[in-house]
Design a protein around this ligand. Structure first.
Ligand code: MLT
Length: 247
């Protein structure tokens, strides 16, 4: 299976993802948060790029579907913190069963949901994090190649934790099949993961975004998102919504 990696959302284009199996990765924190929301009973996630888009979409959903407001959660961040008028921020620890269970989430983040929208034309589009690497590898093995790991990065810059997760998923894939061919960027990601495999929390803490989150008071989020294979879940994007996909 041919694997390649792009290091920022900026590099993701419709032409790049066409006919490919794509995994969008934003370890800190968008994909880790969406995984947690789905694990805790969220029925579907609608990713949006801009905060106002999320608010308008909520109004439209309430009007057209005649749904009650309490069946929806508006979640996400700008600058790492709660968006004014939104219900929840982007801390995975906020997305408990009582906050999100049996509800639909309209979700907006700076880099993570941007990467998803840019990859929307992929053949299959999945969400990845350190938290679900093993389950993802099993799904990717079934789907075949080519595979693109689309690291969200931060505002057009490389982020260590996303590349680390791409490396972990490829490590898991190589444990499951010998038929894996890595591009130079993919090999670099795998080597990074293998160098730090026994100390993921330490290396995630080296990253610039971990330091920003720590300064904002989200130390527990960084530790939480650094865990390996906490969930046996594979969220998949289809027709504008993210749900738990086939395993
Ligand atoms: C993003 O999508 O840019 C991140 O998840 C930002 C954050 O950590 O809140």
């Amino acid at each position: 299976m041919e694997c390649d990696v792009v290091f920022t959302a900026k590099e993701v284009t419709a032409a790049l993802v066409l006919e490919k199996n794509v995994v969008v990765i934003d370890v800190l924190r968008a994909t880790s948060t969406m995984l947690t929301a789905l694990f805790n009973g969220c029925t579907a996630i609608i990713p949006v790029k801009e905060p106002e888009e999320g608010k308008k979409l909520l109004e439209k959903e309430l009007l057209t579907r005649g749904e009650a407001r309490e069946n929806y959660v508006l979640g996400g961040e700008r600058g790492g913190v709660l968006i004014p008028g939104y219900d929840l921020g982007n801390s995975p620890l906020e997305y408990t069963y009582s906050a999100i269970g049996q509800k639909k989430l309209i979700f907006c983040t700076t880099n993570g949901t941007l990467a998803i929208s840019k990859a929307a034309q992929a053949k299959n589009l999945y969400l990845g994090a350190l938290l679900n690497a093993g389950a993802l590898a099993a799904t990717l093995k079934k789907k075949g190649d080519p595979i693109i790991f689309a690291c969200a990065g931060t505002r057009g810059h490389y982020t260590l934790e996303d590349v680390l997760a791409a490396g972990l998923i490829m490590h898991e894939l190589k444990n499951q099949t010998e038929n894996v061919a890595l591009s130079d960027k993919a090999l670099t990601s795998l080597v990074l993961y293998r160098y730090y495999e026994n100390d993921l929390a330490k290396v995630v803490n080296f990253s610039k975004h971990a330091k920003v989150l720590t300064a904002l008071g989200f130390t527990k989020d960084v530790a939480y998102c650094s865990q390996k294979n906490l969930f046996d879940l594979v969220p998949a994007y289809k027709q504008g919504e993210i749900r738990l996909g086939e395993m």
